[in-house]
Design a protein around this ligand. Structure first.
Ligand SMILES: C[S@@+](CC[C@H](N)C(=O)[O-])C[C@H]1O[C@@H](n2cnc3c(N)ncnc32)[C@H](O)[C@@H]1O
Length: 472
């Protein structure tokens, strides 16, 4: 029955509400249908892409009635580019849908008594809020249906973002609303220069081509780092490109390049060459300085990261007497942020270079009450580690999307810290972990924060407090 549904067109499907991961829900003959890139209130014709016994997935092929809540997307690349997928929904509604996702996941998965879930903390900047963008050069530009039908022989080189689920096709970005004007100027000027000079754009299928990838990072006070990845070790082409960027954009703080002959674009294991300026930029938050090198992780929305950390710190309720564990500390940003209000802070993180950055950040910020350790959380966080470093009064945990390993959750139950502040970018795994922690903890506060306007992503902070012991 379900197989037969594939490719079938469901006509006049009423879109009812938002579900997880930005998908919307409708019903066809009593069965749930998940549809992407639509809005609650739309009526659509949708083609089934996947049919299961309990649900279907479908793509809208025609919108018959537009939801009254829709707004006009502001970006010319909306619809083909994978970013900013919620532009057709007003920011007010985006915020309420994000909060609703937290409500749904906690009610469906955590199934524990909950306090009121607070309205989401929205972003002041709903555009131009990212401090890092990663563009790909390609000789295989995505062509629109109209371009293909026109029969015109279009330029096929491109510099931009991947088309969703297409590793080999790149949308040529003319203007991106995620990072400020210098970023747009640098990308467009470099593309024009490369085309004029006939430098080769990367061919992902054959793994050839000089220009491969462009990363632009920036700080709130407008320092800029530019990293160019080259797919061929061609000193003349590299020099030409880097000299162009240096001369055309003297305001670049840190100009770097990498020769990457590997199959993938990751460069943690490659040498980064300094071409001009400094080898890092520095972000400032509440007077604290964070050194950002080409390989360092830093939250991509600096302004909202500060809001997120303020919530975490407030939930921790520190008095200066506490030992705090900052689990999944990355480059130690949260640890640095709370250190002045704690007796000591101990950060643990998987990536060794991030821990080196965390130590350097603490040193630069004159903090002498932090310690950082590199390793897998489930191996590092055990009874002997705790015996060596004092039991935590407060644990702040900020795991990746997959949430915490069950062993880590069980260790936290054994540690019995008075408070756990759980920061998460995935309320579903957070709710799952909290269901386990509920054996000894009560959920006291829940505060969603919007780090990524125009997308369905939501960050959520939860305060858990140890239940009173029942000695009877
Ligand atoms: C969401 S980030 C948190 C970053 C940091 N709290 C911040 O705000 O900048 C999650 C971090 O967990 C680390 N991580 C992932 N798996 C881990 C593991 N098994 N053990 C320790 N750290 C891990 C990642 O390297 C990443 O730095």
């Amino acid at each position: 029955m379900s197989r037969k549904m594939k490719n079938k067109v469901l006509q006049n499907l009423k879109i009812e509400r938002i579900a997880t991961e930005g998908k919307c829900v409708g019903h066809h003959e009593g069965k749930v249908v998940f549809v992407s890139n639509v809005a609650p209130g739309d009526v659509v014709d949708a083609r089934v892409t996947r049919g299961k016994s309990s649900f279907m997935e479908a793509e809208a092929i025609e919108i018959r009635e537009y939801s009254p809540d829709r707004v006009t997307p502001f970006c010319a690349h909306y619809g083909t580019c994978g970013g900013c997928k919620w532009q057709h929904i007003s920011y007010e509604l985006q915020m309420s849908y994000k909060r609703q996702q937290v409500v749904d996941q906690f009610q469906r998965i955590a199934k524990v008594p909950l306090p009121e879930i607070m309205p989401i903390i929205g972003a002041r900047d709903t555009r131009y809020y990212r401090n890092k963008l990663d563009f790909t050069f390609s000789n295989n530009r995505w062509l629109t249906r109209e371009e293909i039908d026109s029969g015109v022989d279009f330029e096929r080189n491109a510099l931009g973002f991947h088309v969703p689920r297409r590793f080999d096709k790149i949308v040529d970005i003319q203007h991106c609303y995620l990072q400020g004007s210098l970023s747009n100027d640098i990308r467009n000027a470099l593309r024009d220069f490369a085309l004029a000079e006939q430098l080769s754009f990367y061919d992902i299928i054959h793994q050839t081509g000089l220009l491969r990838n462009l990363i632009i990072r920036s700080t709130l006070d407008e320092q800029v780092m530019v990293i160019v990845q080259f797919g061929e070790d061609d000193p003349e082409g590299i020099e030409k490109t880097m000299q162009f960027l240096k001369e055309r954009f003297p305001g670049i703080t840190s100009l770097l390049y990498i020769v990457n002959l590997k199959k993938n674009e990751t460069f943690q294991d490659l040498d980064v060459h300094l071409y001009a300026g400094k080898d890092h930029i520095v972000e400032t938050m509440e007077g604290l300085r964070f050194k950002i090198g080409p390989k360092s992780f830093y939250q991509t929305n600096s302004r909202q990261a500060q809001r997120l950390y303020e919530v975490a710190r407030e939930f921790a309720g520190l008095t200066g007497a506490e030992t705090v564990y900052d689990l999944y500390t990355g480059t130690g940003t949260i640890a640095n942020f709370v250190a002045k209000q704690a007796k000591q802070v101990i950060g643990i993180e998987y990536v060794a270079p991030a821990i080196a950055d965390a130590k350097e950040n603490a040193r630069q910020n004159g903090l002498s009450n932090t310690l950082f350790y590199a390793g897998d959380m489930k191996e590092v966080l055990n009874e002997s580690f705790v015996a060596e470093h004092q039991r935590p009064d407060v644990v702040i945990t900020d795991p990746p999307r997959a949430g915490m390993h069950e062993d880590v959750t069980r260790t936290l139950l054994a540690l019995e810290a008075a408070k756990i502040v759980y920061v998460s970018c995935n309320p579903a795994t957070q709710a799952r972990d909290i269901a386990l922690l509920a054996e000894k903890y009560e959920v006291r506060r829940i505060q969603p924060v919007d780090m990524f306007p125009q997308t369905y992503h939501v960050e959520n902070v939860v305060l858990l407090e140890l239940k009173e012991h029942d000695d009877q």
